[in-house]
Design a protein around this ligand. Structure first.
Ligand SMILES: Cc1ncc(COP(=O)(O)O)c(C=O)c1O
Length: 379
């Protein structure tokens, strides 16, 4: 019996050729491929600017830095996210204030945000969790009423769409001030590791470019191509958050595959919906609000209340099927312990949801095996 993994990156000859092209070029780190990847990414999501970095954690860090958030500040965010979201807030010396989520979108609850804002709040960091857009219009209304910028953690949300002011747009077309994406292999496209920041603000984009390269005033690509000697300066404390040209070249090929990847993911998600609805009625399925189109980066199902999540996952594993539990809660981990947060929906989502295998190459026969195994595990 073959093992069905939770995901499998979609790569092939095009990515191999792209990596080979870079290896032969003599320029391996941030260079022309990164610049081209940024241009193509920006055009795809509809953003005036896109700046590539080494991963999404770097992107979140730079987003907070560029907005001037630091010691003594609070950032309203969710606990129900990969720990990178909360960690980025701590990197700049600020404190995350955890806001509960909405059970349908698994994103920040706009009404709960309204009660979490204090005089020290400087920004709102929302997450489009597992690719499902959060309620951006409700959250933007609350944030802008308090004069707060929104950063979107869109790590999982490339290709997801949201209807704002009556028009559909891709996540990453600036709705908040900055959106941050990940190209980790669990995401819809991957170049091993990688991240991207999008914004409409050229000043912020310039800050990202400075900070990702140790505050270097003249990028090494410019010095390399110059006919005259240029001495660079290091204007402020910065970081090495560069993406390599190897990653970017692979990323560019992944962008070309994205339309097919999205189509396949949406087809398989719809199929899960139909099959699980008929054969496993005791689970609660994810529902897209009318204003959201998920990329289905993951497929979550809520197990019945009181069900033993670990036992169900073990039964699935014994049947050769990898699953994952619901998204973690940062406040339950030691770095964020010691504060009594009231986050009932976030905690229930971690404890009651399981994520089922979903990736473009998943065959329908294997998907049927997943449904059968889940039905048996719950029987
Ligand atoms: C919601 C969310 N934010 C941030 C990250 C961090 O992304 P990266 O691994 O590219 O640093 C992840 C990665 O899993 C994530 O799921």
């Amino acid at each position: 019996m073959s093992m069905i993994p939770i995901t499998r990156p979609e790569t092939g000859d095009a990515e191999i050729a792209a990596a080979t092209r870079v290896l032969r070029s003599g320029w391996l780190t941030q260079g022309p491929e990164v610049a081209a990847f940024e241009t193509e990414f920006a055009a795809l999501v509809g953003s005036p600017h896109a700046c590539a970095v080494a991963n999404c954690t770097n992107a979140l860090h730079l987003a907070l830095l560029a907005l001037g958030i630091g010691h003594g500040d609070e950032v309203a965010t969710v606990s129900h996210s990969f720990i990178a979201t909360a960690n980025a807030v701590r990197y700049v010396g600020a404190e995350p204030v955890f806001v509960d989520i909405d059970a349908t979108t698994l994103g920040m609850d706009a009404a709960a945000l309204a009660t979490a804002i204090t005089p020290r709040t400087r920004a709102v960091l929302v997450v489009h969790q597992v690719g499902m857009p959060c309620d951006l219009s409700g959250l933007l209304a609350v944030a802008s009423a308090h004069g707060l910028p929104i950063i979107e953690d869109a790590a999982c949300a490339l290709g997801s769409e949201i209807r704002l002011d009556g028009a559909w747009q891709w996540i990453g077309r600036p709705a908040g001030r900055i959106a941050c994406f990940s190209f980790h292999p669990r995401k819809v496209i991957s170049c091993g590791e990688g991240g991207m920041l999008t914004t409409a603000d050229p000043t912020l984009d310039a800050r990202f470019r400075l900070l990702r390269q140790h505050g270097m005033t003249v990028p090494d690509t410019a010095r390399h191509g110059a006919a005259q000697v240029i001495f660079e300066q290091y204007a402020e404390l910065g970081y090495n958050y560069r993406m390599t040209d190897l990653q970017a070249a692979v990323g560019r090929e992944q962008l070309r595959r994205l339309p097919w990847i999205l189509e396949r993911r949406r087809h398989l998600a719809q199929r899960y919906h139909t099959e699980l609805g008929q054969r496993v009625p005791s689970v609660t399925l994810a529902v897209q609000p009318p204003w959201a189109r998920s990329n289905w980066q993951s497929y979550p199902v809520w197990l019945p209340a009181g069900c033993d999540q670990r036992a169900v996952m073990q039964a699935m594993l014994d049947a050769g099927i990898a699953t994952r539990r619901g998204i973690m809660n940062a406040h339950r981990e030691p770095p964020y312990g010691g504060h009594a947060w009231t986050l009932p929906v976030s905690e229930a989502a971690q404890d009651r949801i399981i994520l089922l295998p979903l990736f473009p190459a998943l065959e329908e026969a294997d998907q049927d095996r997943v449904v059968t195994a889940l039905a048996a595990a719950l029987a």
